[in-house]
Design a binder for this molecule. Sequence first.
Ligand code: ZN
Length: 233
Amino acid sequence: MHPDLEAIRALDAEDEQVRNLAAALAKAQALEPDATAKVAAAKAALAAAQAALDAVRAAERASKRDTEQYEQRRTGAIRALEMGQGDPAAAERQLAQVTVILDDLETRQLELMEEAELKVATLAKAKQVLADAETALAAAQSAAPGQVRALAEQHHVALARRTAVAQTLRAEILNHYELVYLRKGRALSKLDRSGACPRCNTYPAAAMVAEARRGVTLLVCGGCHRWLDVTVG
Ligand SMILES: [Zn+2]
């Protein structure tokens, strides 16, 4: 293998470590804020579920009051008929009207009961979600500082190692590496089985690849300007 390619491959591997650790560190740092946000959302959902249930309960009470009132009217109308008081035809009419209204009220009460059952279930679920979110937050709060510290330390070590490996590259190689790395995230691309640069789908000339494989030359991709790792396997 060309000695420069060996050094570039080593630096590329170090950069991958640094990237992975930076991502893990960012994730660990976000753990607690994420868990806090989830608890806040669960609390809001619980409050909404409670308000929805309260509204149904209030409707149930109102409907019950209406029913009681109409039942009194019905009792009054029946009594008037029995006692032969007032206009019997008017009492009959009132009785018929009140009976229709009471039927509707009964249907409404049943609907409200079903609705209340659903709201009670939603409320119970919301309570469970909140309990789970609070457990997750407690876990994040106790784990996060240690985890963040450990990852920050590993990231620091990886960066130092990266700097050391970078110093093994020849200056012009390192300059090109840093430039491409900065622009494209990676400065090395490994030829795929078909002989193409998988980053940009450019095919270098077979003769140039063969020469690079013998370690004679260092191959740069004509498409994306990354170095090409020509090693097989
Ligand atoms: Zn390319």
